[in-house]
Write a protein that binds this ligand. Structure first.
Ligand code: ZN
Length: 300
């Protein structure tokens, strides 16, 4: 066999390796697969429409390099909270489409031998990712899904504000990861009309507190196509490449720690859930566990 560019694989990216390399890699080196997801969405006058996807790709690639996890190609498009729909430059998938797409990607990557799936999202789409995770769980796919800013919980450590849209946080990542696509001369502060006092909602990236629900659990905002003039929520003029580097480095560190634990506890070939019934388990029939698990699903 010819020598592989990175030793055991040619690339951290699944789509840049041959099928055989991806299969051998999952079998012998690492069967953790990362799926970066974002969205195609207008990001104000200063950032590209692919910002969320490019942010997810930038984070995922670094995690794949450091942990040895395989990075699956990003599907680019995402699903959106209701208030995003109808914005020029935004191409939302229906919730059902996005959920089905995530399921199909995980099922397909599992055919190549990948057993642990980490979805890294850089966009507010828990409305579909949480559903996909549990549907995949019913089929025996170990899947964790997180949104980078909620996983990081910067809580105004690096940033002056919480995490909104085309704002200080996202623009900082853009300036760190793909500065050539950003025009800071066009960056402007903007925002929508609050419907309720901000104390009732936990902002993306904010540490949770009592008496507050997560931003995406409610219809807290008016339709942005009518309510938001510049397509920005927050203040991108506070962004910098240095802040972006700090955020990326911190969140990559958390993902690496998570994946290292998964790799140590569950070596290659072991599915932490202990069963796999693609498309067939409806939550009622008996489960036949893998031979490396007991009859309660616990790893032997
Ligand atoms: Zn965004």
């Amino acid at each position: 066999m010819k020598e592989l560019k990175l030793g055991k694989r040619d690339s951290v990216w699944f789509h840049e390796n041959s099928g055989k390399v991806n299969v051998e890699y999952a079998k012998n080196e690492c069967d953790v697969a990362i799926l970066p997801i974002g969205a195609i969405e207008q990001h104000g006058p200063h950032c590209p429409c692919g910002s969320d996807t490019l942010n997810a790709i930038g984070i995922a690639e670094r995690v794949g390099e450091k942990t040895g996890a395989m990075v699956l190609p990003s599907p680019m498009y995402g699903s959106h909270p209701y208030m995003h729909w109808g914005m020029e430059g935004t191409i939302p998938l229906k919730y059902e489409t996005h959920i089905a797409m995530l399921e199909d990607i995980v099922r397909g990557a599992a055919v190549a031998g990948y057993n642990k799936f980490i979805i890294i999202s850089a966009h507010g789409q828990v409305s579909s990712t949480i559903v996909a995770v549990h549907k995949l769980g019913l089929e025996g796919y170990f899947t964790l899904s997180s949104t980078w800013y909620d996983f990081l919980r910067d809580d105004k450590n690096v940033l002056d504000d919480y995490m909104w849209h085309a704002d200080e946080a996202e623009t900082s990542l853009a300036l760190h990861l793909y500065p050539d696509l950003v025009d800071m001369d066009l960056a402007v502060e903007d925002g929508g009309t609050p419907l309720l006092d901000s104390k009732w909602k936990t902002a993306p990236g904010e540490a949770t507190v009592a008496g507050s629900m997560y931003h995406f659990e409610g219809t807290f905002a008016l339709m942005e196509k009518d309510d938001v003039e510049k397509g920005v929520i927050g203040d991108p003029t506070k962004a910098s490449a240095e802040k972006g580097e700090k955020l990326v480095s911190a969140v990559v560190g958390h993902y690496c720690e998570l994946i290292d634990e998964i790799k140590e506890k569950y070596p290659c070939g072991i599915n932490p859930l202990g069963f796999r019934n693609p498309g067939s388990y409806a939550g009622t029939s008996d489960i036949k566990y893998d031979k490396d698990h007991d009859d309660k699903g616990r790893l032997l």
